[in-house]
Design a binder for this molecule. Structure first.
Ligand code: AHR
Length: 500
């Protein structure tokens, strides 16, 4: 197999918004309790944060973290999670059939974000609640002082405002599983009014309306159109959620979820632009893919809730394998190549619950397979995404007759001169000779780093006993000559090449 990519310094898709490397912490299962927060754990700091998880989070490299849900959000009273811990009520969480102690809430999450050096992305409950509670939460978080809620925050020990800029208006409001599901009209109206009053509290916000909770929803597309028709002037983003499945247990078919993601992104952008066209508006609504990941193994009713209203039970603890990591790598490439519209994205979730990080409560923490492509892309993809002209052979599946064997992104950091190539060889059998012609990107370039993620077994996993079974390996056989990078890519491999 031979593949060729040509890029030119001047042919830029867009600056990459680093918020595409976001993640998500929901009050669900062991994501908060036993995940990021576990007072009494051997590594816990004074705030009860697991430092082993903090270290892995830093290595993973998320830029922004969505909180507190998810489906949990639509029944959440934010007031339950602030103030003295012994006064906080214990509640039934109807979303996941669990008991929520509220030991961890808004201020603990902000402290965790500051410790992890990530930006918070907050969400307001538009299920059981509405604009009134949203404006109060925003006043609590962002108003400097001298009002009821801002002074309450100060009384709770947080003198300075939290300054949270990115807010999601509800979660998956189209889904029948959502607490207080809404029609597009009901949601569009409440999203508009919530956005309006929130901007009156704080004029410097970025607001995301809920799009469809998956592309397969019966109301998909008409939902986006109608919701945006109501709140187009009031929001900056529309959200997309995408969970990838491998139901046919066929890696080629599984790979094409990446093509579906590309279509999903382009369709939602087109719908948002149709709403703009109706208004003759130059405004462009951006996309927030604020939940995405592989998720299909831990999906039975018993994965979603356990009987007896347990506290922080293990829920949807998907064990990721090597092929899942390849799909995550491919999805990242697709998001990056749509950098002109995808300005935020959150791999869901961070830890234990469909997470790149796995822990034992009271025990160890380790990296799942999907940790690696995410961490590498986040570390190396900075700057301008270049338009790629790709020549590659194709493969076909039942649903996709003409998919490129090579998936790739090329990102140029003007500040440092670094050019990073991300490349996924989707051939199941053949090594690929890849040549990348870097036009206008200077003479004398060197390969600063080359690495490959490959395993002979698509089903290989990482575990506490073998935490590094699937991990990238550095390689020294990638060359560059007269601006052309040459590498041999193993079949079924995710590759990162950094040139300076
Ligand atoms: O991430 C798990 C769940 O998936 C979230 O709570 C919900 O928004 C989505 O359906």
């Amino acid at each position: 197999l031979t593949s060729r990519i040509v890029v030119d310094r001047d042919f830029v898709i867009s600056e990459l918004d680093r918020r595409v490397f976001g993640t998500f912490v929901e009050h669900m299962g062991r994501c908060v309790y036993g995940g990021i927060y576990e007072p009494g754990h051997a590594t816990a700091n004074k705030d009860g944060f697991r430092q082993d998880v903090l270290e892995l989070t830093r290595e993973l490299g998320p830029t922004i973290v969505r909180y507190p849900g998810g489906n949990f959000l639509s029944g959440y009273n934010w007031e339950d999670g602030v103030g003295p811990k012994d006064k906080r009520p214990t509640r039934l969480d109807l979303a996941w059939g669990s008991t929520e102690t509220n030991e961890f809430g808004t201020n603990e999450f902000i402290t965790w974000c500051r410790t992890a050096k990530v930006e918070p992305m907050f969400a307001v409950n538009l299920g059981t609640r509405g604009p009134d509670e949203a404006r109060h939460l925003l006043e609590y978080c962002n108003h400097p002082g001298g009002t009821y809620y801002s002074d309450l925050r100060r009384e709770h020990g947080y003198e300075k405002p939290h300054g949270i800029k990115f807010w999601c208006l509800g979660n998956e409001m189209d889904g029948p599983w959502q607490i207080c599901q809404k029609t597009a009209r009901e949601y569009g109206r409440v999203a508009k009014e919530t956005a309006k009053v929130m901007r009156w509290v704080d004029g410097d916000l970025q607001l995301a309306a809920c799009g469809s909770s998956q592309r397969a929803m019966p109301t998909y597309a008409s939902w986006e159109y109608e919701v945006l028709d109501h709140c187009f002037n009031d929001v900056d983003f529309i959200s997309l959620h995408a969970y990838f499945r491998n139901d046919s247990n066929d890696v080629k078919e599984f790979f094409t979820v990446i093509e579906d993601l590309d279509s999903f992104i382009k369709e939602v952008a087109s719908i948002a632009d149709a709403v703009a066209a109706k208004r003759r508006s130059p405004k462009r609504i951006m996309l927030s893919l604020d939940e995405w990941n592989v998720w299909y193994k831990a999906h039975s009713p018993s994965d979603l809730r356990k009987p007896g209203w347990p506290k922080a039970p293990p829920l949807i603890e998907e064990i990721y394998n090597f092929e899942d990591a390849l799909v995550v790598g491919g999805a990242l490439i697709t998001m990056i190549n749509n950098a002109d519209r995808v300005k935020a994205a959150c791999i869901a979730q961070l830890v234990n619950v469909i997470g790149p990080i796995m822990t034992e409560t009271g025990g160890a923490a380790w990296r799942q397979t999907i940790f690696h492509p995410f961490a590498q892309a986040s570390r190396h993809a900075h700057g301008q995404v270049l338009r790629t002209k790709v020549q590659s052979e194709t493969f076909s599946t039942k649903t996709h007759p003409n998919a490129s064997l090579l998936l790739s992104s090329v990102i140029h950091d003007e500040a440092t001169g670094t050019v990073t190539i991300l490349a996924l060889n989707r051939s199941t059998t053949d090594e690929m000779q890849l040549d990348v012609e870097l036009r206008g990107l200077g003479e004398g370039r060197k390969v600063a780093l080359a690495s490959e993620l490959h395993h002979a077994d698509l089903k290989a996993i990482n575990s506490k006993a073998a935490p590094n079974a699937v991990a990238p390996k550095e390689r020294t056989d990638v060359s560059i000559d007269k601006g052309v990078v040459s590498a041999k890519l193993k079949p079924l491999s995710w590759n990162v090449i950094v040139t300076t």
